[in-house]
Design a protein around this ligand. Sequence first.
Ligand SMILES: [Zn+2]
Length: 456
Amino acid sequence: MFPSRRLLLCLAAACLGAQPAPEALRETAGRLQKEAFRTHGAYQDLAWLCDRVGPRLSGSPQLDQAIAWAQARLQAAGLTNVHAEPVMVPHWVRGHEAAELLLPTPHRLNILGLGGSVGTPEGGLTADVVVVGSFDELDRLGAAAKGRIVVYDVPFKGYGHTVVYRHDGAARAAKAGAVAALVRSVGPVSLDTPHTGVMEYDPAAPKIPTAAITIEAATQMRRMQDRGERIRMKLEMGAQTLPDAPSANVVAELRGTEKPEEVVILSGHLDSWDVGQGAQDDGAGTVIAMEAARLLKTLGLTTRRTIRVVLWTNEENGLRGGKAYCEAHRAELGNIVAALETDSGSERIKAFSLDLRKAAPEAKATALGALKTFGPALAPFGTVDLRLGGSGADVSPMVAEGVPGIGVGHAATHYFDVHHTHADTFDKVEKDDLAHNAAALATFAYALAQSDLRFQ
Ligand SMILES: [Zn+2]
């Protein structure tokens, strides 16, 4: 759809030549940084979003409130074409939850139902437990899993590696005849904090209730089983999936002065899970995208191309916002120069990664060379790696169609400690990190929107 030859021609001719001079970009970066640290607008916005709106699961009144609030903020900042693009989203509700170990030592357990799970039968479900450390171990159990609650005690070896147990654990356990599945939370540490997240059933297997348990509970049950003790528990979950609900992506623009039809997208997702405040995931990404645009507007930094802020709905349990956007904007995909998404917390930006799905290896190498021309402009932000890599979930439908994706790599040293938990709250956010990130994002967007550069 977008031939890589265009990039080569582009690099050879106009593109790099039309980039602003590195010294000018560095000076602009300094101004953006100064303004970001003077106003701390992203920090103020995130405080409001967390304290006054709170968690924003798809279908909830809080998400509707956040969508209205974001539009008002972008309007007040002087952005143009501020609007909401409607999309229907899944509407899952958690309901009442409780879990109790009955044998060998009675006590209550902290759980969080996984998004999309069915509830337990009226009055709850009581069964013996079998603990496994992998899908292989489950398979080796054979008929021994039948009628049991399967507990997955799988240590965290990185999110991408371990999340499959949360996503597929119930489906696999149901196929083995289990009556419920409990999954050790996908995170590196725990203060008795269960981590929720989305799961999916296999249409070929029964739908059984599934929840996250804490690292403490999973490892304790493993020890009990290893000692040969009988483990029995009672699980109550009131979860249910209601009919799809109306929602929307929020869109706002800084219109380009020379090539307004060419667009650089800055984005984060406005929805979150229904626990905590969605501060790191992804309130932080949302407010720095908003603030980056606001900083450019405040300083009167117009760009040749359009910078478009998109705040996605339903990243967490359906990706309906990203999918609907790609469909609705199919005709202009060739003009989307890059779709950037920040969705890995509030810590300092350490990398921008270019995600080209349809390019040949040589074309990717050339595009990486083009990305690296932003290095000098980003110098005021410390070491920022410019590399090939992934982008974001919400932009992935566009990236699959050939739109260059830009991922934002944050330090994320504590991101997965609180990810999808009651502890994902505003107090863990460093004020200066948000100002730093907003200015870095604004600088990147400015440099790209001022240039003729094409990655693909
Ligand atoms: Zn997220």
